[in-house]
Ligand binder design. Structure first.
Ligand code: UDP
Length: 338
């Protein structure tokens, strides 16, 4: 067995897919999750799919004593993959304190615990939202940082905390800036299970499944070829694999700070995504044009070439894989893990 990895938020959407890849690669996996936006069932399925077991602790990372207990029991943690965070942009605007509390306080608590227990490697779940409205696309890692909402600010702040803490303590810090994660595991056994689908693809998927009547396209008057916003969608399994590559790299030899964009490097418009879903599901999927959603940038596409090169990683799944795996998961489990 390879090294022991602590995965915070491991029961969530990206976390569960990453746990699966880690187990498949022979890593020992310890998950800490408060199950606030996740289900224990996702990990039961990960264990079934891989034929391996992981350790699970229902602990909130803001719970210092609970977290200390995990670090105490699980000796020899080689690295942490830190997903646990709140992630809804709109909600973060409505309730910034809750976002700063969770995403900052929780992460600080985790970092302190790492220091206390001599754990010096961390892979951090960041977001393309740190770029705000990029001046040029595809955006590179050295682009200007400028988040536009509390969720994004919390990611920018934590990146800085990790850079400062890592520097003085000789940590290996990998900051992964995700573009738009979509899709589900090819088995259809694990996927995204939002309480309410704020993101485009889960929403379209629920419309296709007849759970919602129509999808609203937020604005068709942007300066893009078809007037709707363009995003760089990345399959969650590709994303998960990038975490494994990152760990492989920092466990092999010290790397200091590494920052990578994780995207496919090409964009699709909202209309193209809806159209792809219609084609693959064979269903009509009613869509109506509504006003722009505040805070949306017209185009967000990442340049993943740094990750492609350094991590020997590439987004292998195409648009059809993203949509068909989403649809498979949706039809297999219409109510997600409930
Ligand atoms: N979008 C939409 N209808 C929806 C949800 C999203 O038209 O019900 C659009 C949104 O305005 C953006 C794109 O789809 O242009 C992707 O939005 P999402 O919330 O999935 O991700 P974001 O890029 O905001 O992180």
């Amino acid at each position: 067995m390879k090294e022991k990895i602590l995965v915070t938020g491991g029961a969530g959407y990206i976390g569960s897919h990453t746990c699966l890849e880690l187990l498949n690669e022979g890593y020992e996996v310890v998950v800490v999750d408060n199950l606030s936006n996740a289900s224990r069932e996702s990990l039961a399925r990960v264990e079934k799919l891989t034929g391996k077991t992981l350790s699970f602790y229902e602990v909130d990372i803001m719970d210092r004593a609970g977290l200390a207990d995990v670090f105490h029991k699980e000796k020899n943690i080689a690295a942490v993959v830190h997903f646990a965070a709140k992630k809804a942009v709109g909600e973060s605007v409505e309730n910034p304190l809750e976002y700063y509390q969770n995403n900052i306080t929780g992460s600080l608590c985790l970092c302190e615990m790492m220091l206390e227990h001599g754990v010096s490697r961390i892979v951090f779940s960041s977001s393309s939202t740190v770029y705000g409205s990029p001046e040029t696309v595809p955006v590179q890692e050295n682009a200007r940082i400028g988040a536009t909402n509390p969720y994004g600010h919390s990611k920018v702040m934590m990146e800085q905390v990790l850079m400062d803490t890592g520097k003085v303590n000789d940590w290996d810090v990998v900051i992964l800036r995700y573009f738009n994660p979509v899709g589900a595991h090819d088995s259809g056994e694990i996927g995204e299970d939002p309480e309410y689908p704020f993101n485009l693809l889960p929403y379209v998927s629920q419309v296709a499944a007849g759970l919602r009547e129509q999808v609203a396209i937020f604005g068709d008057d942007y300066e893009t070829p078809d007037g709707t916003c363009i995003r760089d969608y990345i399959h969650v399994v590709d994303l998960a694999k990038a975490h494994v590559r990152s760990l492989d790299k920092i466990l092999q030899k010290p790397q200091g700070l590494l920052v990578y964009n994780l995207g496919a490097g090409r964009g699709y418009s909202v209309k193209e995504m809806v159209e792809a879903f219609r084609r693959i599901s064979g269903l009509e999927i009613k869509a109506v044009i509504e006003p722009r959603r505040s805070g949306d940038v017209p185009v967000s596409v990442g340049d993943p070439s740094k990750a492609n090169k350094d991590l020997e990683w590439i987004a292998e799944h195409d648009l059809d894989d993203m949509v068909s795996s989403t649809w498979k998961w949706q039809t297999k489990y219409p109510r997600g893990y409930r």
